[in-house]
Design a protein around this ligand. Structure first.
Ligand SMILES: CC(C)(COP(=O)(O)OP(=O)(O)OC[C@H]1O[C@@H](n2cnc3c(N)ncnc32)[C@H](O)[C@@H]1OP(=O)(O)O)[C@@H](O)C(=O)NCCC(=O)NCCS
Length: 166
């Protein structure tokens, strides 16, 4: 694995759209409907222009393999990750998240803590966040009868304690 990463840009719109509409990624998201391209372009333009969003594209030897996004809201940074379907199950998710987490601290400081909402029926994602040091802090309902676990980064990972919950 020769993992590299860079910030996303508008030229990544097609790639990010394809990944966002991957069936498993949609099924594991809060809104499961396919995303129309025009809507995606509007969304990406706004996200890339926002002080509260960071999107990182990861590549292996030049081949794009996945993305990590942080959306800051107050003292939490909601964390989303996806690996291209053909590259899953080979350690990319874990390697990407490990490399991306320090960027939260670099950008917003240690008081902004990464947080993730992971559906009960998403064992790969649960294993991934736990392997990267996140701990479970609660549960929420995500609609359509889907339960989710709330996980957050810890002091051991270099983040200071926060009291807010998503
Ligand atoms: C979740 C996702 C990012 C994981 O990426 P990945 O590259 O496949 O994961 P890795 O190979 O790095 O494995 C991470 C952990 O998950 C485990 N895992 C991987 N695939 C698994 C599967 N299908 N079922 C159960 N566990 C699995 C691995 O064993 C590993 O755990 P370990 O470190 O304790 O051994 C990827 O499956 C994905 O893109 N899914 C669709 C989008 C999504 O669900 N995103 C998360 C929303 S919260």
């Amino acid at each position: 694995m020769a993992l590299g990463c860079r910030r996303a840009m508008m030229a990544d719109a097609d790639l990010l759209w394809r990944w966002a509409n991957d069936p498993l990624t949609r099924a594991n998201s809060s809104s499961t409907a396919p995303i129309p391209y025009a809507e995606h372009l509007d969304w990406l333009r706004r996200r890339l222009g926002s002080e509260t969003t960071e999107i990182w594209i990861f590549s292996d030897g030049g081949t794009p393999v996945g993305q990590v996004r942080f959306d800051r809201a107050g003292d939490v940074a909601l964390t989303s990750i996806s690996v291209a379907s053909e590259h899953r199950g080979r350690g990319f998710g874990r390697a990407m998240l490990t490399e991306a987490l320090p960027k939260v601290r670099e950008r917003w400081g240690p008081a902004v803590r990464p947080k993730a909402l992971v559906l009960d029926r998403n064992p790969a994602s649960l294993a991934l966040f736990r392997a990267c040091g996140f701990r479970m802090v609660g549960r929420v309902e995500r609609g359509l009868g889907r339960g989710a676990v709330v996980l957050e980064g810890t002091e051991r990972m270099g983040f200071t304690k926060t009291t807010r919950s998503v």
